[in-house]
Design a protein around this ligand. Structure first.
Ligand code: NDP
Ligand SMILES: N[C@@H](CC=O)C(=O)O
Length: 433
């Protein structure tokens, strides 16, 4: 039996996917059952890295999602529209969906899954989080016996590549971003990577799977890496830390223990932490569950081959089901998604964490006492306070706090910023507790 599939998109991931499908030798035998019937693109004139018969390429994507011969639509075009509408149209035509589009799923997941359940089709998205790392299926299936306590991940390859090269070579931010784009890691609009939005989409998806409820994308507090400077990377190093863009879903971090904490931000992590050595385009996801304890997933988080590996794994799963003997199998609940309620998410103000903060100050001896008082007034205690150097005639003072409620810490900073001797507070970065 042959299963015909249609691809929407033949860019970085689409090309990697076609390459795997065209070379089935030594891979899953199910690949031999797959025929690429159509591939939708924006331009027919663009040179392509894969050979496909000219009649397979089309700019009319609606013909793909409505084609009665096509059983699986693989959406690899990215963006919100027309991707969302085409996915919904394909579902209405009873096509299974495989997608790498975390932006669409994080925002329109409930609408898409409701439509899919109604029409009896699967929507699989292994490639949407962690590139080539199998993380979606483990969360849905292998870890199902656990009560998930937290998911902490480096989920964006582009920013991890940038921060790693800034750390190891002192490389320039813009130069490394251009390299990440050339390597096919970055989103079409790389501000989605740099501003943490892509990682926020991904943690929203993982949280929904791990904590068993829908997650509103806007509930993820999000900061990107634009504010991370070479100076902070160097100070972090001296204090025994590296700076990573972490995406965190924590069931235990807030003051309200019933609510989830969802956040993406640059974070100082101790060099001995397992995520500290996840460098370059690699992603790492540390899941803590009861009774398992910690399990870490690690691999390439972006790029053609790794992401295509995840796309093809989803296609194979569906092909396996379609080609099994049952004509009309019921949806496998372990592969589909049926959450109805929303997870309760607490405010970032209620987060309890440590902070690294860098101050530029005049009058060092005087200001240290005032800093201590400003923090003390809001119940913030300091783990370390170091005067590290001088910049533009100002002393640079770095503090690391003990655990503190974020709202109290911000109030202390507000008070401290009014001190005459405090000229600037260039960086405030959370420290993984
Ligand atoms: N790159 C990566 O490492 C990863 C990407 N992803 C996700 O995979 C998806 C694809 O990413 P990627 O391959 O990098 O993207 P690219 O920009 O490289 O490719 C996008 C493809 O979609 C086509 N396309 C886009 N918009 C339209 C449209 N309106 N009509 C017709 N065709 C269209 C483009 O056509 P044309 O070629 O003619 O321009 C192109 O072939 C995104 O959702 C991304 O977030 C997920 C994990 C990793
Ligand atoms: N732009 C993304 C691509 C994969 O999801 C990233 O850099 O991680």
């Amino acid at each position: 039996m042959t299963v015909k599939i249609g691809l929407l998109g033949l860019g970085t991931v689409g090309t990697g996917t076609v390459e795997i499908l065209q070379e089935p030798q030594g891979r899953s035998p199910l690949l031999k059952a797959i025929e690429i019937k159509a591939v939708g693109v924006r331009s027919l004139d663009k040179p392509r890295q894969v050979n496909l018969p000219p009649e397979v390429l089309t700019t009319d994507l609606e013909t793909i999602v409505t084609d009665p011969d096509i059983a699986i639509v693989v959406e690899l075009m990215g963006g919100l529209e027309p991707a969302r509408s085409l996915i919904l149209q394909a579902i209405a035509h009873k096509k299974h969906i495989v997608t790498a589009n975390k932006a669409v799923i994080a925002r329109y997941g409930p609408e898409i899954y409701e439509a899919a359940n109604q029409h009896g089709v699967y929507v699989l998205l292994e490639a949407a989080v962690g590139g080539g790392i199998p993380i979606i299926k483990p969360l849905k299936q292998s870890l199902g016996g656990n009560r998930i306590e937290s998911i902490v991940g480096i989920l964006n390859g582009t920013t991890n590549y940038i921060l790693s090269r800034m750390t190891s070579e002192g490389a320039d931010f813009d130069e490394v971003l251009t390299a990440a784009q050339q390597l096919g890691y970055a989103e079409a609009d790389p501000s989605a990577d740099v501003d943490g939005l892509d990682a926020a989409d991904k943690i929203a998806i993982l949280a929904s799977l791990g904590f068993g409820g829908r997650v509103k994308r806007e509930d993820v507090a999000c900061e990107g890496i634009r504010s991370v400077s070479a100076v902070d990377i160097a100070y972090a190093d001296r204090l025994g830390f590296v700076i990573k863009l972490l995406a965190i879903a924590d069931g235990n971090a807030g003051e309200n223990s019933e609510a989830l904490q969802l956040r993406v931000h640059p974070t100082l992590i101790a060099k001995a932490h397992p995520l500290a050595s996840v460098n370059g385009v690699y992603n790492g996801v540390l899941v803590t569950g009861d009774p398992l304890g910690q399990v870490m997933f690690y691999g390439r988080g972006a790029g053609a081959g790794p992401t295509a590996s995840a796309v093809v794994s989803d296609v194979i799963n569906i092909v396996g089901i379609i080609t099994s003997s049952d004509e009309n199998p019921a949806l496998d609940p372990l592969l589909s998604c049926t959450h109805q309620h929303y997870c309760q998410v607490s405010s970032i103000e209620d987060l309890v964490t440590r902070f690294y903060c860098r101050f530029l100050c005049a009058d060092v001896p005087g200001v240290i006492g005032h800093l201590g008082m400003g923090f003390g007034n809001h119940g913030v205690s300091l783990e370390s306070l170091v005067q590290i150097g001088f910049t533009d005639g100002c002393a640079e003072i770095v503090v690391v706090t003990h655990d503190v409620r974020e709202g109290d810490y911000r109030a202390a900073l507000e008070e401290i910023s009014q001190l005459e001797a405090v000229k600037e507070i260039p960086s405030v970065i959370r420290v993984l507790s």
